[in-house]
Each structure stands twice: as structure tokens, then as C-alpha cells.
Design a protein around this ligand. Structure first.
Ligand code: EPU
Length: 431
């Protein structure tokens, strides 16, 4: 029998079934990736709990293995022991599978005094330069040489035998998530004090900082746009549990809402989603928040709203496509303003094939005209969140939808299809 690679998996979804029951959110993709990179800063063992079994974690594990680091992943536990870290150049084929591989720049630089990395790949989401990363690392004393394909960085502070980075006071060129993470990873073992202003403060950036503190780092201002770090001489191993994934939580809530379902989502940190809850109420979704959970009730009469993405604590770009999909079912014209990415409205062309009404005004803005009767079609997922959005549309559509390229969904969501099936959804994975 021929077995297709996971890249060729498809979903067959029979829509129109209100979801019902309880579902648990997994650990955060965007927290575990920088945490795995940061674990290279110590030569002692690190054990991580609540690690999601997703394709991006396996890809990162492949890169760590390539670097000679000992890893063992039995979800939800990930053990990592970076006794030594090789300084050979990571092949482009590995780096290009996920953009988060850029997070290896800082730990390689700190551990080996130099880092060589091909330009990263990942989801195609418009222009995503690496300037913010390089400027922050330069401020900490790194020298950067880039050719067309590879970034070369080296530490320049001290003598040949004592090379390191030095603390600095600088402003990020933008509140970039992974650039802030690289800057923090580089600063914790730098000589002296660092102040990073205009830092990103998303829940996953906070989680990385808490993990580093658990390893003996001194970071304060966590959760704000100004991080203060006192460099230490060494970090030790740690046991740490990764925070829950607020983007998965939001996606599951929207799946419940778009099907008119009655679902309790567990293992949620409600304060990670403040503006999301505001927008959900505004759109007419009925729900109650618990300490670590949210209960979504069947709602009718959804209303059109204005949705604008921005950095934390505002509305996350990584829930824009899924929320806009809900708005295809709302009465009136909603307005979507994606302020971060210039390539993140492409999913609308897939939704169009399912009957959604919209007008793209420019690369950042669109109107969603609702309510539309969604119907099954053959569509493709084009990035992690677009894939999730299309899956939500399929759950609400009349008839059968075939979704190709579900590998993107698997990159960022732990068994999303299986979780939805436990809530009554009819989804078949075609391998
Ligand atoms: N941007 C601004 N202003 C800012 C900050 C960012 O316009 O103040 C723009 C950037 O120019 C860029 C985009 O926003 O075009 C994203 O910037 P950022 O550098 O913050 O993105 P990233 O660090 O490459 C991380 C997540 C993405 C998420 C973005 C934005 C990880 C591994 N990746 O990427 O996650 O969309 O932050 O929050 O943490 C996903 O999970 O599906 C995903 C793409």
C-alpha cells in the first residue's frame, strides 16, 4: 500500500454539526520553540513538560540532533541535554522548514562565540526581514556578516579566550516577537546589565523569560515592553512546564461559536486573550470565563464588527483569519485591518470557493460581507492559521469539504482534527 508523506495529508470534513463537549488546550507552539533554543545555553539537562506534539517541535528536534544535542521527546515531555553544541553550519533544508530556526542565532552565538545560519523559511506571510534580530544582537556586541544565503555572527567582546557579548541599553526596531526572544537569550549571559526597550511582550515571550529565570537568569519587567536583564556567569538545568497555547484556545472557541456549539475549553489562561473576549462579545457570541477555562454557548444573530490586529495585549494576528471566518456568519459588513503582515488575507480566496462574501481593499484591509451560506468545496490550507480558518469554515459549511496541505495545520496545532472529532465533528484524515 502506498503511504503518502504527512505533507500530502488531506482532511475530508462533513460540516453543519454543532460541536459539543469538553476539550483541552495543549502547550504553546510559540513558547516551546524559543524555549528549546534557550535550553542550549546550559550544559546541564533540561526537562520540559506540556510540550505539544506538533510538526514544528519535531523539526526543531531534528536541528538540535544535527547539532549533537541529546534530545528525547515523548509528548508531553521533552528532555534536552546540550553538553556540547556543534558549530557546523545547519543545512538550509532544515533551517528553511520553520522561520523559528532564526531563534538559534543567539544561543549558538553565546555557546560557540559564533553562529552560521541560512536565512530562515517558514510560512509565507509577506515581507519578514531579519533586521530587528541583527540590530539587537549587534547592540550586544555581535559582529554580523551576511551573504546572500547565510548569516554569520561572532562575539567580539574580550580577548580570543574570553570572547562574549556585553550588556547594552537599546530600543528594538519594532516589537518583534522572535527578535526580542533572540535579544533576551543573548543578554542573559552577557557581561553587565541590559535594558531592552520596545520589547515584544506576547505570552510566549513572557514564558521564555520565566524559563530563563528558572535556569538562573535575572530578567525583570516580564510582560511589559521594557525588559531589564542582569547578566550572569552561567545558567543551570531546569524542569519547566510550557504555558498553554492561547492561539489554540482562541481557535477552539471560534470552532464552537461558528458551529453554534456548546463547548467547554480547558487549560486556558483567560488573561492572554483580553481583546479577543471583547471582540467575541461584540460579535454576539455567548460565553463565560472561568479561572482556567471558557464555556461557549450556542449563539444566534452574530453581528458584524471591526477587527484590527496589533501586538500584545491587542488582538493577535494569529487569530485574525479564524475570527474573520466566524464573521462570514455575522449580519452586516465587518472590517478587517491586519496591521502586521502584508500577506495574511490570502485565505479569503479559499473561503470564496466556499461561498464567503468579501472585498479585499488592499494587502492589509478587507470587508467581510455576511451572513454567507458556506458550502463544501475543495480548498487548500496556505499557512498554519489560514489552515485553521478553512477548517472552521468547513465545520460550518453545508456538505463536504476537502482540505489539502493540512501539513500546515499539523505544524502548529496538536491533533486539531482529533480534538474536534471528540466534540462531534466529522473529519477524516486521508493519508
Ligand atoms: N510588526 C510590525 N510592528 C511591530 C512588530 C511586528 O509591523 O511592532 C510586523 C513585522 O514587520 C512583521 C510581522 O509584524 O511583518 C511579524 O513580526 P514579528 O517579527 O513579531 O514575527 P515573528 O517573530 O517572525 C512571531 C510568531 C508568528 C506571529 C508573529 C506576530 C513565533 C515562532 N512566530 O513571528 O507566529 O505571527 O510573531 O505575533 O513566535 C504562527 O504562529 O502562525 C506565526 C506565524
Amino acid at each position: 500500500m502506498k503511504v503518502n508523506s504527512p505533507h500530502q495529508h488531506r482532511f475530508l470534513v462533513k460540516g453543519g454539526i454543532p460541536l459539543k463537549g469538553q476539550v483541552r488546550v495543549s502547550g504553546s507552539k510559540n513558547a516551546i520553540l524559543p524555549i528549546l533554543a534557550a535550553a542550549l545555553l546550559t550544559d546541564e539537562p533540561v526537562t520540559l513538560a506540556n510540550v505539544p506534539d506538533i510538526a514544528d517541535v519535531h523539526t526543531m528536534q531534528g536541528i538540535l540532533d544535527f547539532l549533537g544535542v541529546k534530545t528525547e521527546f515523548k509528548s508531553p515531555l521533552f528532555k534536552i541535554h546540550a553538553k556540547t553544541v556543534s558549530d557546523k553550519e545547519i543545512p538550509h533544508e532544515l533551517v528553511s522548514r520553520l522561520r523559528a530556526s532564526i531563534l538559534l542565532l543567539a544561543p549558538l552565538l553565546v555557546r560557540n562565540k559564533r553562529a552560521r545560519l541560512a536565512f530562515p523559511g517558514g510560512c509565507v506571510l509577506g515581507k519578514r526581514p531579519v533586521d530587528a534580530h541583527l540590530k539587537a544582537l549587534q547592540a550586544l556586541g555581535a559582529e554580523v556578516v551576511e551573504d546572500r544565503e547565510t548569516l554569520h555572527l561572532c562575539a567580539t567582546v574580550g580577548t580570543r579566550h574570553t570572547l562574549s557579548l556585553r550588556g547594552a541599553n537599546f530600543v528594538m526596531t519594532e516589537a518583534s516577537v522572535t527578535a526580542t526572544e533572540n535579544a533576551v537569550i543573548a543578554a542573559v549571559l552577557a557581561r553587565g546589565a541590559t535594558t531592552i526597550r520596545f520589547a515584544a511582550c506576547e505570552p510566549h515571550v513572557q514564558d521564555l523569560c520565566h524559563f530563563l529565570n528558572a535556569m538562573g537568569a535575572h530578567i525583570s519587567g516580564i510582560g511589559t515592553h521594557m525588559l531589564e536583564i542582569t547578566g550572569v556567569d552561567r545558567l543551570h538545568g531546569a524542569d519547566y512546564s510550557v504555558t498553554s497555547d492561547y492561539l489554540e484556545a482562541g481557535t477552539l472557541v471560534l470552532a464552537a461559536a461558528i458551529t453554534g456549539g456548546d463547548v467547554e475549553v480547558l487549560n486556558v489562561a483567560p488573561h492572554h486573550l483580553d481583546v479577543f473576549w471583547q471582540k467575541l462579545s461584540e460579535a454576539g457570541v455567548r460565553f463565560t470565563l472561568g479561572k482556567n477555562s471558557v464555556h461557549v454557548f450556542p449563539s444566534q444573530d452574530l453581528r458584524a464588527i471591526r477587527l484590527q490586529t496589533a501586538v500584545f495585549p491587542s488582538f493577535p494576528t494569529d487569530l485574525q483569519a479564524q475570527f474573520a471566518t466566524l464573521l462570514t456568519q455575522a449580519k452586516g459588513t465587518s472590517f478587517i485591518f491586519e496591521t502586521l503582515f502584508d500577506g495574511r488575507l490570502q485565505y479569503l480566496y479559499e473561503l470564496e470557493q466556499m461561498g464567503a462574501g468579501f472585498k479585499i481593499l488592499n494587502p492589509y484591509q478587507a470587508e467581510i460581507i455576511g451572513p454567507a451560506r458556506l458550502k463544501g468545496a475543495s480548498v487548500a490550507s496556505c499557512d498554519i492559521r489560514a489552515g485553521a480558518a478553512i477548517l472552521l469554515a468547513a465545520l460550518a459549511a453545508k456538505g463536504q469539504t476537502e482540505i489539502s496541505h493540512v501539513y500546515y495545520i499539523d505544524r502548529g496545532y496538536e491533533r486539531l482534527d482529533e480534538k474536534l472529532v471528540t466534540l462531534g465533528a466529522k473529519i477524516k484524515r486521508l493519508a
